[in-house]
Design a protein. Structure first.
Lengths: 248, 493, 259
């Protein structure tokens, strides 16, 4: 579905991605793990074309999105949905308008149809009847769910999750994880999740990839990762301060 | 909650902004929308300089319209005015271009015509145009008049001038001198009587004056008649001009008479006889002599005059002044002399009659082109004897006078100050085409009762080299003064 | 020696930075123009911004305009009295308001009110990834966020300015006629005589330019915010300072060009 081939990216003198290679399979949930600030979000933004790599290719269904112009890129983006870390709901709009935003932008639909879809997506994330609320009136977990509803409003093929459970209490974390699993299954999505929450990784991931110092150091099924002998992976999973991961 | 949509708020704000903008634009804008309505009328001006499209059209200082367009048509400015329908103009309105404001904007003033007259229709033309005070035009007209006067005086001058004329005049003057000397002697020997007579005469004239004043209306009629007469004068002048031209050519009886040497001799003889008569009178010979010398007669005469005076008593001054003025032209080393008789019929109204002797005349340079050859001629108007006949009126400190000045049409203004001790004068005359107008300015300062000092500049814009400063002295007597003078001046016996 | 090199380096960087920034602002302006003409043009966000920039600024603009007109009348009166030219106070107030103070003060007030808000709003959207979200949803943030703000500013500034002009003259009239006892007829007559239509319209054209400047700089600073809440604060401050300075500088050139 998505092939990431030898991606390099630097910000100034800081090398963030140093030759990332990763295949993301269709209809599966791929979790990318790694340290905070280790380049996971940067990689995610490359996948959706918000950032352009210094070198390398990203093929989405065979199309190299790093070479596309804005218009063609927008066409590709319509296949994507994305849940941002803080949900990135538009403060100036109601929840309903937020969810309806991509529909109004791209789909030629009547207002009634749009309203119906919005209600459906909110029901899917378990938040029926909050259309009239403003994002600031919602809790963090609710915002994330609204964000997810917005991400799946256009029925995308691929949904990207940027640390979906960060900053949530364990109950809400579990709820979100379950939501991701259900949504993936119900809408037959290809999901890419970046996270450093070990429990969640194994709960939701079909495949797991470890990003360390700008490279994918390990990838495989949750069992494979659990059994990995890679010292970085082992240290990361155990949460030990002893190991190759430098603590700066 | 009731809420107004953003669109409505913005729309309302934009509307308010538009209204304010329109209001301000209308206030300061030169082009108002209201005047686009209404109708158009035309008016033709000789000169529309300074008038701009959109200039104001006013009636009695109230703006009623705007100037729509200004075009040139047949060498004149055709101005189109836009007026609102409710402003109706009579057919006989007058249009004029006037100036107002600090910046001197020109505008069109419409002076209303006869009320109730037919209204001017759209597209029609205002026929009456008040011309701007155009000095050039005025001067041209005056020059035309002066030309006629000059022709007359020129002819007269030629008759009087010349060797024969001078001789004749000389003889006349000599005789007159002898006559006056004899008269003087008569006066001397009958001084007391004459004084009494003059006294009575004065009272008489005074009373006569009163009568005149009391009968102002009738006098007015007389003046009206005079006006009619003066109109006839112009014709007479023309005729006179013709006659004198004829006279000059020695044609006609009068011509022959004057040209004739015998005539002069005859005149001289007449004068001589007159002298003889006066001599006789003086020595008490003949009837008049006896009368004059007879004490009784004189007494009777005095009584009669006294009676007359009593009959018409109170005095309203009808003043008469007689004066001499001599001006020495510094640059020309020549002198001009003036003898004036001024009759002041009212406090602020006078007639001035007089003679001026200008030994120099005015020089004129003339250029004429004939067959591509330009000839330059220099001409001297040696008219010698010049005439003054003026009418004047005083307004507070100003005196405006006009009429004939130095044998040509002219106007003058005097400004009197320091209780009339100082008089500043400006005169303009001789508006002839081939030289610049004769302008003269100067001052007159009274140093004693009847003696004045003069100074000024004569013909100061002359382009013919006639310009010169002058200094002079003048002597002026009132009729009252004359009386005393006659009595007191020692007369040689 | 190092100190000297450091200074040179600092100056060089600063110059390079400002040149680069000017280039980016201009680039943003071009892309705004490009997005402006690319359909569809959504009116609703434009009206929303018009309400924010225009309608909600009326109060502050009326307040500043009125008091500016009043103080102008007061100050010029004392100056003109020396020449016995009190009758020109009205014309001076009106001319100053229409040509200079109306547009400039309005632009500065709107910069402080709306320009700063634009920077803060867009800055917040940037740091909370709302702008990224727009990209992800294939909605161009320039078209969606910046075009309405700039259109609203360019359209609303002239209207605010005409209000400012008007209340300024009214304020001047109040002080001149009611407090300083200048003859009201002469006051108005001199205004209508000396102020021309061009004075008003050139002032309005200026105002539209100022609207462009303040919205462009406000949006630019907000759009390129980095560094969280602190970055938003910095972007807001920079936007207000830069926009105010640019308004005053461009005012000189516009004046030189127009009058």
């Amino acid at each position: 579905m998505i092939q990431i081939i030898d991606i390099h990216k630097s910000f100034g003198r800081q090398k963030v991605l140093d030759g990332v290679d990763l295949d993301i399979e269709a209809g599966k949930t791929t979790v990318i793990i790694g340290r905070s600030g280790g380049g996971k979000s940067v990689l995610l933004k490359h996948i959706i074309g918000l950032l352009k790599p210094d070198r390398g290719q990203i093929l989405v269904e065979g199309v190299d999105i790093t070479k596309l112009n804005d218009r063609d890129l927008n066409e590709i983006r319509k296949k994507f949905g994305m849940l941002f870390q803080e949900a990135a709901l538009f403060d100036s709009m109601t929840v309903g308008d937020n969810v309806a935003f991509p529909l109004r932008e791209h789909a030629r639909m009547s207002e009634a149809e749009i309203r119906e879809i919005v209600a459906d997506r909110l029901r899917a994330v378990g938040l029926s009847g909050v259309e009239a609320k403003m994002p600031s009136e919602l809790s963090g977990g609710m915002r994330k769910r609204v964000g997810l509803a917005r991400a799946i409003a256009m029925r995308p093929r691929i949904v990207l999750f940027d640390e979906p459970t960060t900053g949530l209490d364990p109950v809400m974390t579990e709820a979100i994880n379950q939501l991701i699993i259900d949504t993936q299954r119900n809408y037959d999505l290809t999901c890419v999740v970046i996270s450093h929450d070990i429990q969640s990784i194994f709960r939701i991931g079909h495949r797991i990839a470890m990003l360390y110092e700008g490279k994918i150091v390990a990838s495989g099924t949750p069992d494979e990762i659990r059994a990995s002998q890679n010292p970085v992976v082992r240290q990361f999973l155990s949460g030990s301060i002893e190991g190759p991961i430098k603590i700066i | 909650m009731f809420s107004i949509s953003s669109e409505a708020k913005v729309g309302l704000f934009v509307l308010i902004g538009m209204i304010i903008l329109a209001y301000m634009s209308f206030q300061v804008g030169q082009r108002g929308f209201t005047f686009k309505k209404g109708y158009l009328v035309e008016v033709q001006f000789d000169n529309a300089s300074g008038l701009a499209p959109d200039a104001s059209v006013q009636i009695a200082g109230v703006e009623v319209g705007r100037v729509e367009a200004i075009r040139l048509k047949d060498g004149k400015a055709l101005v189109t005015l836009r007026l609102p329908r409710e402003i109706k103009l009579e057919k006989d309105v007058t249009a004029a271009i006037k100036t107002h404001g600090i910046l001197g904007d020109k505008y069109v003033e419409i002076i209303p015509g006869t009320a109730g007259k037919e209204a001017l229709q759209p597209g029609e033309r205002i026929e009456r145009v008040e011309r701007q005070a155009d000095v050039d035009r005025l001067l041209n007209q005056l020059a035309a008049i002066a030309e006629d006067v000059k022709a007359v005086t020129g002819s007269l001058s030629k008759v009087m001038g010349g060797k024969e004329g001078v001789d004749t005049l000389g003889a006349i003057l000599e005789n007159t001198r002898q006559l006056t000397r004899n008269l003087n002697m008569v006066v001397k020997s009958n001084e007391a009587n004459l004084r009494a007579m003059l006294e009575n005469t004065r009272e008489l004239t005074g009373n006569l004056n009163r009568i005149v004043v009391q009968n102002d209306e009738k006098v007015g009629q007389v003046i009206d008649n005079l006006k009619t007469a003066s109109k006839e004068m112009e014709k007479t002048f023309a005729a006179l001009s013709e006659i004198t031209a004829t006279v000059k050519g020695g044609e006609g009886t009068l011509g022959q008479l004057i040209k004739d040497r015998q005539m002069a001799e005859r005149l001289s003889k007449t004068m001589a006889s007159l002298q003889e008569v006066s001599d006789k009178i003086n020595s008490g010979r003949g009837t008049i002599g006896k009368l004059v010398n007879d004490e009784e007669t004189v007494n009777n005469l005095n009584q009669s005059l006294s009676g007359l005076n009593r009959y018409i008593n109170k005095t309203e001054q009808f003043r008469t002044y007689i004066g001499y003025r001599g001006e020495y032209l510094l640059d020309k080393s020549d002198a001009k002399s003036y003898v004036d008789l001024r009759i002041q019929s009212r406090q602020d109204y006078f007639y001035l009659l007089g003679l001026a002797v200008d030994p120099r005349g005015r020089r004129t340079e003339r250029e004429s082109t004939t067959n591509n050859v330009t000839t330059r001629t220099e001409e001297w108007d040696k008219q010698g004897l010049l005439f003054n006949a003026q009418l004047g009126k005083r307004f507070k400190d100003f005196v405006v006078r006009g009429g004939i000045m130095e044998s040509s049409g002219g106007v003058g203004v005097d400004f009197l100050t320091f209780k009339d001790r100082l008089k500043l004068t400006f005169e303009a005359f001789d508006f002839s085409r081939d030289r610049k107008t004769h302008l003269k300015t100067g001052g007159e300062l009274r140093i004693f009762k009847n003696i004045y000092l003069n100074a000024g500049w004569d013909d100061f814009i002359s382009d013919q080299g006639n310009s010169s400063p002058y200094v002079g002295i003048s002597i002026r007597f009132e009729d009252e003064d004359l009386k005393y003078l006659m009595g007191s001046v020692p007369v040689p016996k | 020696m190092n100190f000297v090199l450091g200074a040179v380096d600092y100056v060089g960087r600063a110059v390079l930075h400002s040149v680069e920034e000017a280039g980016r602002i201009f680039q943003l302006f071009l892309s705004v123009l490009a997005w402006l003409v690319r359909p569809p043009l959504r009116l609703r966000p434009i009206f929303k911004q018009m309400e924010f920039v225009g309608v909600r600024s009326i109060f502050v603009v009326v307040l500043t305009g009125t008091f500016t007109g009043m103080v102008l009348a007061l100050q010029t009166y004392h100056g003109f009295r020396m020449f016995s030219a009190e009758s020109m106070v009205g014309a001076t107030v009106a001319l100053s308001m229409t040509r200079e103070l109306g547009p400039v003060l309005t632009a500065l007030m709107v910069t402080a009110r709306a320009g700063s808000a634009m920077a803060a709003e867009l800055g917040t959207m940037r740091v909370t990834e709302q702008i990224d979200a727009l990209y992800v949803m294939a909605a161009n943030p320039v078209k969606y966020l910046i075009v309405p703000r700039m259109v609203a500013s360019v359209v609303m500034l002239p209207f605010l300015t005409i209000v400012s002009d008007f209340v300024g003259v009214v304020g001047g009239y109040f002080v001149g006629v009611h407090l300083l006892r200048i003859n009201s007829g002469i006051f108005m007559k001199n205004i209508t005589k000396i102020v021309e239509l061009d004075d008003i319209f050139n002032g309005l054209i200026k105002a539209a330019f100022f609207g462009l400047i303040l919205s462009l700089i406000g949006c630019y600073k907000g759009f390129n915010t980095t560094g969280g809440a602190e970055g938003v604060g910095r972007a807001t401050t920079e936007a207000v300072v830069l926009a105010s300075v640019m308004i005053l500088i461009s005012d000189y050139f516009l004046t030189a060009l127009m009058f």
